[in-house]
Design a protein around this ligand. Structure first.
Ligand code: F6P
Length: 319
């Protein structure tokens, strides 16, 4: 049996440990692993190679992905999907593991509705926005990068009378913002899921500033598109000199944490074990309430991830 692995969409720390486990485990099970380079673009262009143990040695501790990734526009055209399918056939690959996020799983859902496929997707995105799973690979590492940045920003913030606005990633989802607000004790958290209506907060913060508060930390999720508005609010309504830090792509880098490495191993084993005994089955591996499982690709892509209510509640973001 021939298996292949590829990464698609934004890279996430934990992809390399998953790739290593995939190659070692597929060989252990007596099958042949292949690597698809450059994601769906590489699948179209036949960048496929039989894997060796040495391809994946010494990669566990590295962020990013040794087989690279891409956001493929071409894959949304049927003719390129057909080309991709025939490339898999040519190599005799009948089992596929896809490390990716929401957009990649949507592409795979279309692909699997047209051609006979057998794949398992492993949620891999620092945004943590995949329906059906509490955890996506890369999130713990990204949160630790953000925590480190916030701890440092607090040092300088507390030395001046200033507000600091930190923009964190999350294309449509505020998960990174709410968790990093909780663990850093930020005074303000703005996410795409909740309208920014700061009337009461303005009054409270102004009172606090009058009573001696000398700095404010505000965390804004990129997906809210509120960075400029929150900056103006801090400067003009709260009346505090404000600095902005956009953390950007450093959040996607860094050595995968212990947790991301262990999750990568478990997700990969679930995926390969399922593919070993199933045909024509297209699933996403999920981790829900402390347990691993598999969900139909249709259920995952047709539903929207919701932020945990108790987190929103902890930040007073519920109505
Ligand atoms: O991978 C997820 C993510 O990092 C989002 O948080 C962000 O909006 C997007 O990818 C950035 O994409 P790109 O690296 O293509 O600019």
């Amino acid at each position: 049996m021939s298996f292949a692995i590829m990464c698609s969409g934004g890279d996430a720390p934990g992809m390399n440990p998953a790739i290593k486990k995939f190659v070692d485990y597929v060989y252990k099970k007596g099958s042949t692993p292949y690597l698809i380079y450059d994601g769906l673009e590489g699948l179209i262009d036949k960048k496929i190679k039989k894997a060796t143990h040495s391809d994946v040695s010494g990669i566990l501790h590295n962020g990013g992905t040794i087989i690279r990734s891409s956001r493929s526009k071409r894959f949304f055209e049927h003719s390129y999907r057909m080309q991709a399918y025939y490339n898999l056939k040519e190599f005799g690959i009948t089992k596929l593991v896809v490390l990716g996020g929401d957009g990649s799983f949507r592409a795979m859902q279309i692909f699997s509705s047209e051609f006979e496929l057998n794949f398992v997707g492993i949620p891999s995105t620092i945004d943590n926005d995949i329906y059906g799973t509490d955890y996506c690979l890369g999130v713990d590492t990204a949160l630790n990068v953000i925590r480190d940045a916030l701890d440092k920003i607090r040092d300088t913030a507390s030395s001046f009378s200033r507000a600091f606005l930190v923009e964190v990633m999350g294309r449509d989802c505020g998960y990174l913002a709410i968790v990093s607000s909780m663990i850093s004790g930020a005074e303000v958290c703005v996410v795409p899921e909740v309208a920014f209506e700061p009337k009461e907060l303005t009054k409270r913060l102004k009172d606090e500033v009058q009573n001696g508060r000398n700095y404010i930390l505000a965390i804004v999720a990129e997906g809210s598109k509120k960075t400029t508005e929150v900056f103006n609010w801090l400067q003009d309504d709260i009346g505090m000199e404000t600095r902005v830090s956009i953390l950007g792509h450093i959040q996607r880098g860094g050595n995968p944490t212990v947790y991301d490495r262990l999750m990568a191993f478990d997700f990969t084993i679930i995926a390969v074990d399922h593919l070993l005994v199933n045909n024509n089955s297209n699933k996403i591996a999920v981790y829900k309430k402390g347990e691993f499982g598999l969900m139909e690709i249709e259920d995952v892509v047709s539903n929207k991830y919701q932020l945990p209510k108790h987190y929103l509640d902890a930040l007073n973001l519920l109505d």
